[in-house]
Design a protein around this ligand. Sequence first.
Ligand code: GLN
Length: 471
Amino acid sequence: MAPVVDTLRLTAEEAKGLLERGELTAAELRGAYFDAIGERDPELHCYLRTTEDAEGEGVPIALKDVISTKGVETTAGSRILSGYVPVFDATVAARVKEAGLSLLGKTNLDEFAMGSSTENSAWGPSRNPWDPARVPGGSGGGSAAAVSAGLAPWALGSDTGGSIKQPSALCGNVGLRPTYGSVSRYGIVAFASSLDQIGPVGKTVRDVALLYSIIAGRDPRDSTTAELPEPVRLPEGDSLAGVRIGVPTELNEAEGIEPGVRDLVRRALDLAADLGAEVEECSLPRSVRYGLSCYYLIAPAEASSNLARYDGVRYGARVDGETYVETVERTRDAGFGDEPKRRIMLGTYALSAGYFEAFYGQAQKVRTVIAREHAAAFERFDVLVSPTSPTVAFRLGEKAANPLAMYLSDLLTIPSCMAGLPGLNIPCGLSEGLPVGLQLVGPQFSENALFRTAHALEGALGFDPVPERLR
Ligand code: GLN
């Protein structure tokens, strides 16, 4: 008889211990996850495909479907990539394999990682394990929901403007968007290359730190990567003595932040002070005011260029026409959903002759201002804290018809992304029975400090990451 494992509660670290001590075989552990997937994924739709025959003797893992996996279809949630089976592994996929982790499957996302709810997936939305009538966030809703529902011990996501942090906030788990350049983008389906970063999602800060240590570091195949300045340390301890926490007013008092969200973040800051942290208000006036507009010029501009490669010739699906041009037109018309089309148009416009300086050029300057504003704050503080998402998980369909309302979901996550900074979400309580996420942002390559701060807070908060309806 295989020992019973409760995948809802099991952390990756615990799973690793069970395997190492021989108390469980890798096959038994995988079996437990596939049982949970069979039971709950028909409702939640976290996975686009599962990989029952994948190899690996370590802890299993789920990968967001923007990560190329050799021999396993990779669609980025888009019709235009249906049938695309990569002949190589993305560096992060190769690194998790080298570490012995075994693939459970590929998780759902908004098409090309564009969105905040997974409703833009060509393959249908995922649902929030806390309340299936609500979204799990996006774009990496599949990975976040899978971890919360016990359908994977941990997962990788990608974050351009909030796609790891925001879904983790809405699903009540821990998600890290690493420092830009600390994790390879080789083999990732590109959205906006100057912003895209791969990062871990897990139930605990320690799990996230462990997975980060597996994927991070220089990759000769991605020239934007750097060696980490210090090894990743698994956080320990419960003191925050000496940690200087800045509380940016604009990120904590922004219009649209629900009172329940604001109050829980306040309460967590009080706890941080009890643990010995110095907590002080500060200001990032232009980052919040201009962050979103700046992002929605730069990200679509880069997307319009990156998505030019989908011509029906090189990857995935094709709709034939009489001529080459007609084939490309028909393929792109049928293959892309509304959101990628909207971004391609926005981006092409922002880059077009005569408008380039006024839009793209101006946005690049504003981006520098945002980076400097953060750098100035880090002269006084080690960590900046705010809510991750202004709201708890919203209902499916609630924002789907209004792209601008959807874009506001990332108001608080985007500024630090624009500045290339690491950001970590941890759950800090329930409002209306739904998880609220707290965002910690640090200077470049300060992941160890973020882990330490978040780990101490996590202990003091005592949040139960298992969705109430599944307990
Ligand atoms: N929701 C944001 C967008 O739609 C961020 C997405 C992401 O980080 N990939 O662009």
